[in-house]
Ligand binder design. Structure first.
Ligand code: AMP
Ligand code: ZN
Length: 454
């Protein structure tokens, strides 16, 4: 079996295979911007990419996958956060990088082989910008910034199929007045003391001192660590435009060759129907959920319960389901004898994963096999499935928080009052519940109880 994955550029399922003679799959995943904790929406993307990495290793061999994921440690958001906190940029990004790593470890995500930073690759970005200026794809604006000239690249828009008209609306930014065309994007941003503080580097040929634009970092780091043509490039759907469109334009114009042979974009995690995002403030971090008593492994499991190419609505209830699924997997593992059989009982699990990374299909197939309780049980084959999904069953489950009987009774009374539209009584009962340290979350068809944070 070969892994088939949807390609966002060609808009069809395509098999994944290495293109270089050494047989190594060159895999790049756009990483986090390190100015705040990553939320579990971000981690949906990173966990999906981790399953992809694991599957590639199983299919092609552990030494045959080179996985690079960057850290964006200089951009508008990181700089303004450093200014708000009145600390040097490097201090802020170091702090949030450490938190990101701790969360990745707790979620059992394999570390990428290379994790380059934007600030660690300024010369590489400058030399790419110079290359684009020499080739006539970039120009210096009046303020000393450098822009990519979209009209110079006929292939622009192939990935996102964005039409000229939409492009002009979407890409309009505050510094548009210095550009030839509103849709051109910044490769280098001239230093603005009031915005940038002490964040600046010497300029490129013809440009003032300043800092790189966001998109150029990935093009430059990919070229350095993976080469001019890579096999797989991934990220969340929001990166499709403009970020990935711009990466293609920069890399293909500079290198004169195909940039990425396969583009894969995973869908967002939603909360109550809208995208979970830092700017909306509607997010949970991993720490928020651990504080509520859930295990990081249950968070990982819950993030795999939806198809990666479909939006997934996040609900605390799915963490309860995930904890009990993990408990079942632990019990099943304990019942297995350490035998290896020729027949792989778990082949349907891999068939689902290889079919466009269908993680809910894989979990469904897994439980069908487990519930059938057919022998011979094969511990090695089961462990291989756990490796692919990245489920570490040794990670401790949280102690079960039993709901006291009197709390359940109050909740039942309140639910009945609400059904009877006696809202005054329902409100009074809610107050009683919260005084006792419990919150009641209502849904259309029922409710759940959560202990309040101490
Ligand atoms: P950022 O740190 O904002 O650069 O985002 C890091 C990664 O998280 C990117 O691949 C985004 O596409 C992805 N991402 C952002 N919000 C969500 C979300 N709500 N659900 C899934 N992935 C997301
Ligand atoms: Zn990128």
């Amino acid at each position: 079996m070969a892994i088939q994955l949807y390609d966002s550029l060609e808009r069809k399922l395509k098999p994944l295979a290495p293109s270089h003679a050494d047989g190594v799959i060159r895999f790049y995943n756009c990483g986090p911007t390190v100015y705040a904790p990553a939320h579990i929406g971000n981690f949906r993307t990173f966990v999906i990419n981790d399953v992809l990495r694991r599957l590639l290793e199983l299919e092609f061999g552990a030494g045959k996958v080179k996985h690079v994921r960057n850290l964006t440690d200089v951009d508008d958001r990181t700089i303004s956060q450093a200014q708000r906190e009145k600390h040097p940029l490097g201090e802020i990004t170091k702090k949030w990088t450490a938190k990101f790593h701790a969360d990745c470890d707790a979620l059992n995500c394999l570390r990428p082989h290379v994790e380059p930073t934007a600030t660690g690759h300024i010369p590489e970005q400058v030399s790419m910008i110079e290359c684009l200026m020499e080739k006539g794809n970039a120009y210096r604006a009046a303020d000393g910034s450098v822009y990519f000239k979209i009209d110079s690249f006929p292939g622009y828009g192939a990935l996102s199929r964005i039409k000229e008209r939409e492009l002009k609306v979407t890409n309009t930014v505050a510094d548009a007045d210095h550009k030839d065309s509103v849709s051109d994007f910044a490769l280098w941003k001239a230093y603005k003391p009031e915005e940038d503080g002490d964040v600046k580097w010497p300029g490129t040929a013809g440009a003032s001192e300043g800092r790189p634009g966001w998109h150029i970092e990935c093009s430059a780091m990919i070229k350095k660590h993976l080469g001019e043509t890579i096999d797989l490039h991934t990220g969340g759907v929001d990166l499709l435009f403009p970020h990935h469109e711009n990466e293609i334009a920069q890399s293909q114009c500079c290198n004169g060759t195909t940039f990425a042979r396969h583009w894969y974009h995973s869908e967002h995690l939603l909360v109550e129907g809208t995208t979970m995002s830092k700017s909306k403030g509607n997010y949970y971090t991993l720490s928020d959920l651990v504080e509520k008593g859930y295990s990081p492994m249950a968070v990982r499991y819950a993030l795999l319960m939806g198809h990666p190419r479909k939006q997934l609505n996040f609900m605390l209830d799915s963490l309860h389901a995930a904890e009990s699924a993990l408990a079942n997997l632990r019990a099943y593992r304990a019942s297995l004898a350490p035998v290896t059989t020729a027949h792989d009982a778990f082949a349907p699990v891999f068939a689902a994963l290889e079919d466009d990374l269908n993680t809910p299909g894989a979990l469904g197939a897994l439980f069908t096999i487990i519930n059938r309780k057919e022998g011979p049980a094969d511990a090695a084959a089961f462990d291989r499935v756990m490796f692919a999904l990245g489920l570490d069953l040794n990670q401790a489950a949280p102690p079960k928080a039993e709901t006291p009987k009197e709390i359940t009774a109050l909740a039942e009374k309140r639910w009945a009052a609400k059904q009877a539209k006696d809202f005054a009584a329902a409100d009074a009962l809610r107050k009683e519940l919260s005084a006792a340290g419990w919150s009641m979350l209502d849904r259309k068809d029922g409710y759940s109880l959560e202990p309040l944070k101490k």
